[in-house]
Write a new protein. Sequence first.
Length: 69
Amino acid sequence: MRDQVLWRKTARIIQLAAEELDVSVERAMDMFYNSETFALLDNPDSGLQLMGDRYVLDSFLRELASQQP
């Protein structure tokens, strides 16, 4: 059950990221799955799974911004 809930949460975050970044869902998926934010979301010990979708998205966007030169 936990995997299904996490899968749905991840899908919602990817959709939000695609809209926010004005990129395709496929591109947003690639970016998110290769991020530190996703690694934390995938780890139940991090506590990120308990946070709202917008909170996780904001964390992901901050991560992307910090990678900009």
